[in-house]
Design a protein. Structure first.
Lengths: 114, 115
């Protein structure tokens, strides 16, 4: 089955700096790569996703890049703000148009300091 | 819409006891899931369902059972609780068929402790 590795496990940046979180996946058939944000004590929520037919996707201060050859994808957050502090999870799956059987990474705890 | 609703939010069980975690969604989603989240381990899929009457195992199904008698409800049953089942459990749902967004909508979670 799919295996997703995520690094780093913790990341501390100063407000205004950029943050990068990296993930690798094992199954070359995977074609859907979402990122979820989980604030302390809250439910995970989708912040951005990318499909294998696209190399990069941006949404305001966040962007995701995908390298299918190397089987890795990354989350980039620019101009970080205190409200970006949370745990971020990457995930991968083979999206066949039915159930989203995602395999999640182990998470990155991002701390944005003032 | 309330979205995905889970009950209870917290529960302490003794080893060997059984219980059911309830999950309901009002978004008319065909697909529903149960995940468990252990510290530092991400989310692991326990069971999922693609529609009423259809369930299938995920990555970590041992010790659990599910049923899906209606589109709205997807309860998770723990039989003979063990300390290894101490975790936070999340129910989720996603859009119906076709090549949809795949986004998972999570409930607020249920924190279970087995002592």
């Amino acid at each position: 089955g799919e295996n997703v590795e995520q690094h780093p496990s913790t990341l501390s940046v100063q407000e205004g700096d950029s943050a990068v979180i990296k993930c690798t996946y094992s199954d070359s058939a995977s074609n859907y790569f979402p990122w979820y944000k989980q604030e302390l004590g809250k439910r995970p929520q989708l912040i951005i996703d990318i499909r294998s037919n696209v190399g990069e996707k941006k949404d305001q201060r966040i962007a995701v890049t995908l390298n299918k050859t190397a089987k890795h994808f990354s989350l980039h957050i620019t101009e970080t703000q205190p409200e970006d502090s949370a745990v971020y999870f990457c995930a991968a799956s083979l999206d066949t148009g039915t159930a989203s059987k995602l395999t999640f990474g182990t998470g990155t705890r991002l701390q944005v300091t003032l | 819409n309330a979205g995905v609703t889970q009950t209870p939010k917290f529960r302490i069980l003794k080893i060997g006891q059984s219980m059911t975690l309830q999950c309901a969604q009002d978004m008319n989603h065909n697909y529903m899931y149960w995940y468990r989240q252990d510290p530092g381990m991400g989310l692991k899929l326990i069971y999922y369902s693609v529609g009423a009457g259809i369930t299938d195992k995920g990555e970590v199904p041992n010790g659990y059972n599910v049923s899906r008698s209606t589109t709205e409800d997807f309860p998770l049953r723990l039989e003979l609780a063990a300390p290894s089942q101490t975790s936070v459990y999340f129910c989720a749902s996603s859009y119906p068929g076709g090549f949809g967004t795949g986004e998972l909508f999570f409930g607020e979670g249920s924190r279970l402790t087995v002592l």
